[in-house]
Design a protein around this ligand. Sequence first.
Ligand code: F6R
Ligand code: ZN
Length: 197
Amino acid sequence: MIDLPYTFDVLQDEKVILSEYDNHIIRHLSAMKGQFIDQDNYEDMLSVEDTILYEVYELKRPEVAGELLHGLSVLHPGKVGDEYFMTKGHFHTVLDTAEVYYCLRGSGYMVMETLEGDWAVEPLRPQSVLYVPPRWAHRSVNTSLTEDLVTFFVYPGDAGHDYGSIELQGFRKLVLSRGGKPQIVDNPRWLTPEERR
Ligand code: F6R
Ligand code: ZN
């Protein structure tokens, strides 16, 4: 069957939504066990409600080199203790694959790191474009307490997702609310590549 070009719209009304998508992934608080630094607060919140943290709308494409996977990520506002709502975060299984994020709405950061321990934290604000180079794990953090952080992403079809190493100890840097403002701080659980051996 011939593969035809297509067009769709990013509808930006009260909510941002794609005019077409194939998959709607919903990630709840329960999917983030061990990720937030304040474990007690996490358990307390979870015992009340399994809140939706973020939603991803994907267009289905073959997961092979040459294709580009694309869609919308909607990260809702909120905090667990002092830590803002965030995505799980991952390396791409094929490490040498990059990703582009275009921020449509909200405010936050992309927290990134390499296997070697380099780190970077870049702001996400409307109309900004973030380039995540190959080999960098990435996690988005919503630092607004009222608005969704909405990004459109594009990455290679064969990239795959490796959540494992991030699940073990999180990212090197955390984004916490300090005096009502976001602050980037060291993650006390994070070990250097040498310490991990
Ligand atoms: C794809 C990508 C994004 C994220 C999405 C949710 O490679 O980086 O589409 O998948 O923002 O984050 P995760 O996958 O970390 O739960
Ligand atoms: Zn990715």
